[in-house]
Ligand binder design. Structure first.
Ligand code: FE2
Length: 386
């Protein structure tokens, strides 16, 4: 497993030993969803999650095949895309997977070189380097497939001043719910099939130059009924973190298997978004109708001082509030973290969100896995998929 060579906040310098420099990534550029009704999905993200209207492309801008709404909150940019006729290839994706993440776009200095370097190392091409222009300048994009039908698009926007991408117009709306304090994407998790995790770990190492900096086996991520395995991949500067999960054998069905069954293949399982004030953010999200997984038993909260150890004195969040909101707390060597998970945001039990506040901790809440999975199992039980 890769060693973190420097304990610094993520800058452009390399903090993971062993990461390769051929694909410098500056951050997540956008996440694009294929959905059945982008207009309604955009309304949901504004109303429930506090995203702001940003950009639009559709019939009114001369795009006849699909409509895309871009919503943003601080550094997070989501694109919601829907086909406008039966001929669109997006329909096949929707029929198979339901609403879900199609594109995890990465911000790069050079999209041509990113394509060349990754394809040379074995990536399957999705989009040859393409230049798009309008009166605000030009953007170069290219893309490769990752797990399932999910793709990475490399976005080079150093010569562009427009609102999003060429072809998009500013989306001005009279309906502007306030943001809820979501700041940036902390990590995005992929679910892959039985026995496929190591193959994708190798793919991220060889094709993208990433390193594996944390691993959890099925002994660590297990409850009485189900299990999974996970390896966390990171790029060199730590800005992009992709944990990869695969199901493991348990007495009952793993939540990863449930996802694979309903998504009909590998795909993005959850998007973790960072906040500076999880109590405020979660209160706001709950008031707006966002549904979270149920709280662990009271004993979980009584055990927090044990779990936090020396970090307990740093913690100044109100413990009653934390328990009332069903927020989970975990710690590692460097600090603690607070996190909570939503229920799936579609009818298929597929994609969900994590809200995370890091107070020094660099991990993923391993101490919470058991409580979290028991909570997911209660949902699976209701769905008849455990
Ligand atoms: Fe997560």
């Amino acid at each position: 497993m890769a060693k973190q060579v420097k304990n610094v906040e993520y800058g452009l310098e390399k903090i993971f030993e062993g990461a390769q420099d051929f694909l410098p990534l500056m951050g997540t550029d956008y996440v694009e969803f294929y959905v059945g009704n982008a207009k309604q999905a955009a309304h949901f993200y504004k109303t429930a999650f506090g995203f702001q209207s940003c950009a639009y492309k559709g019939l009114e801008t001369g795009c006849k095949d699909y409509a895309s709404y871009v919503v943003s909150q601080d550094k997070i940019r989501l694109v919601l895309t829907t086909p406008l006729d039966a001929k669109s290839p997006i329909n096949a994706h929707l029929a198979k997977h339901g609403d879900g993440v199609k594109v995890v776009a990465l911000w790069v200095e050079d999209a041509r070189k990113s394509f060349e370097e990754t394809v040379k190392r074995g990536a399957k091409p999705f989009m040859e380097p393409t230049v798009e222009k309008d009166e605000h300048g030009e953007v170069v994009r290219s893309g490769i497939y990752t797990y399932g039908e999910t793709v990475h698009i490399f976005v080079e926007r150093k010569n562009y001043k427009g609102v999003f991408l060429p072809g998009y117009t500013t989306w001005k709306s009279e309906y502007n719910p306030t943001p809820v304090g979501l700041k940036f994407i902390d990590h995005m998790v992929g679910n892959v099939g039985w026995g496929e995790m190591n193959q994708w770990v190798k793919w991220y190492e060889e094709v993208m130059g990433f390193v594996n900096f944390l691993s959890f086996d099925d002994k660590q991520i297990t409850t009485e009924y189900s299990a999974l395995m996970s390896k966390v991949m990171s790029n060199g500067n730590g800005r992009i973190k992709f944990p990869i999960n695969e199901p493991a054998v348990g007495k009952k069905k793993s939540q990863i298997e449930e996802y694979i069954d309903f998504y009909e293949g590998p795909g993005v399982q959850h998007i973790a978004v960072a906040t500076d004030d999880i109590i405020k953010t979660v209160k706001e999200l709950r008031a707006r109708g966002v549904e979270f997984l149920s709280a662990p038993p009271h004993a979980y909260y009584e055990d927090i001082p044990n779990r936090l150890g020396k970090h307990m004195e740093m913690m100044n969040e109100d413990m009653n509030e934390i328990e009332k909101l069903a927020i989970l707390v975990d710690a590692d060597e460097e600090g603690y973290l607070l996190q909570i998970f939503t229920k799936p945001v579609e009818d298929r039990p597929t994609l969900f969100y994590e809200i995370i506040q890091r107070m020094g901790a660099k991990g993923f809440g391993a101490g919470n896995f058991k409580a979290l999975f028991e909570s997911i199992e209660r949902e699976q039980e209701k769905r008849g998929t455990l």
